[in-house]
Design a protein around this ligand. Structure first.
Ligand code: KIV
Length: 281
C-alpha cells in the first residue's frame, strides 16, 4: 500500500486524485471476497469491472452484465477489503440513456455496496452525465479509448487513437471528461504518444491499460496476470503466475487419489480405529 494512503481507512477519492504526476496508482480488478482479500494490501484501487461477465460468467462480451451482478460482486469485494478504494463499473444500458438514469443506477450501486465511486465508459458524449453525478456526490472514474461496451460499434476489441484524427478525438474526450469532474480516467488500448499527451494535458490521473508507462497508474484484469483466464490474452497483459496450470495439476491429483482410494487418508477421517482402539472424534 502506498505511503500516501490513509492508514486509518480506505484510500479516498481525493487521495487518489492527488496522485496526479506522483507515485503511480496501482489498480487491479476484483470480483470476489477471497481475491479482494489477497489484493487489498497491494492495491490503491480495486475495480469491480464489468469484465466479470467474461472472466467469471464466460460471456462473449460485457454487454449482458446486469446491475444486480455488479451490486453482488461489489458487495463481495467490499467485504474482502479494508484499505483500497473500491470502484464499481456501471454496466451497459444502465447509464447511457440520460444523466438521470445514470444517477439512479450509480446511487443504487453506491448505496447497496458502499463503494466510493463508479466507472463509466465514454468521452465527450458522457461529459454532461459525469458533471451531473459529480455535482450530486457521486465520484466518477471515466474510461476512454478501447471501450468494451462499444465492441459492436468498434467492430471488435481494437486499439484506438491510431492516426491524427483518432488521436485528436481521444485527447478531446480526455479533456472533456476531466473538465466534467472525473477524478481519474482509464485510458485503454492506445498508442504511447496518445496516452502520454493525454497524461500531460489533463489535471487528473490517467490509469492505463494497454496505454504505456506514461500513465499515472496502471490497471489489469487480475485473472489475466495470474493465468486464470486464457480465452484470449491481449498484447498488453503481462502474466505474473500460471495459477490455471496449478489448478489443473492439483485437481488432477485429487481426481487420481479419489479413483485410487488414496484420498481420504486416515488423517482426514473421523473415528478411524488406531492401534485397535476407537479414536476420539
Ligand atoms: O471491466 C473492466 O475490468 C475494466 C478494466 C479492465 C479497465 O474496464
Amino acid at each position: 500500500m502506498s505511503a500516501t494512503s490513509n492508514k486509518m481507512g480506505r484510500m479516498s477519492v481525493p487521495q487518489l486524485r492527488a496522485r496526479k504526476g506522483a507515485e503511480p496508482i496501482v489498480c487491479l480488478t476484483a470480483y470476489t471476497t477471497p481475491m479482494a482479500q489477497r489484493l487489498d494490501e497491494h492495491c490503491d484501487l480495486l475495480l469491480v469491472g464489468d469484465s466479470l461477465g467474461m472472466v467469471v460468467y464466460g460471456m462473449e462480451s460485457t454487454l449482458a452484465v446486469t446491475v444486480d451482478m455488479m451490486v453482488n460482486h461489489g458487495k463481495a469485494v467490499m467485504r474482502g477489503s479494508k484499505n483500497a478504494c473500491v470502484v464499481v463499473d456501471l454496466p451497459f444500458g444502465s447509464y447511457q440513456e440520460s444523466k438521470e438514469q445514470a444517477f439512479r443506477t450509480a446511487s443504487h450501486i453506491i448505496a447497496e455496496t458502499g463503494c466510493a465511486a463508479v466507472k463509466l465508459e465514454g468521452g465527450a458524449e458522457m461529459a454532461e452525465t459525469i458533471a451531473f453525478l459529480n455535482a450530486r456526490g457521486i465520484p466518477v472514474m471515466a474510461h476512454i479509448g478501447l471501450m468494451p461496451q462499444q465492441v459492436n460499434t468498434m467492430g471488435g476489441f481494437k486499439s484506438q487513437g491510431r492516426g491524427d484524427e483518432a488521436a485528436q478525438k481521444m485527447i478531446t474526450d480526455a479533456k472533456a471528461v476531466a473538465k466534467a469532474g472525473a477524478f481519474c480516467v482509464v485510458v485503454e488500448g492506445t498508442v504511447e504518444a496518445v496516452a502520454r499527451t493525454i497524461t500531460e494535458t489533463i489535471d487528473v490521473p490517467t490509469i492505463g491499460i494497454g496505454a504505456s508507462v506514461a500513465c499515472d497508474g496502471q490497471v489489469l484484469v487480475t485473472e489475466d496476470i495470474l493465468g486464470l483466464f486464457s480465452d484470449f490474452t491481449p498484447k498488453f497483459v503481462k502474466r505474473y503466475a500460471d495459477l490455471g496450470d496449478a489448478v489443473s495439476k492439483a485437481v488432477g491429483q485429487y481426481a487420481d487419489e479419489v479413483r485410487n482410494r488414496q484420498f481420504p487418508a486416515d488423517e482426514h477421517c473421523f473415528g478411524i480405529a488406531k492401534k485397535g482402539k476407537l479414536r476420539a472424534v
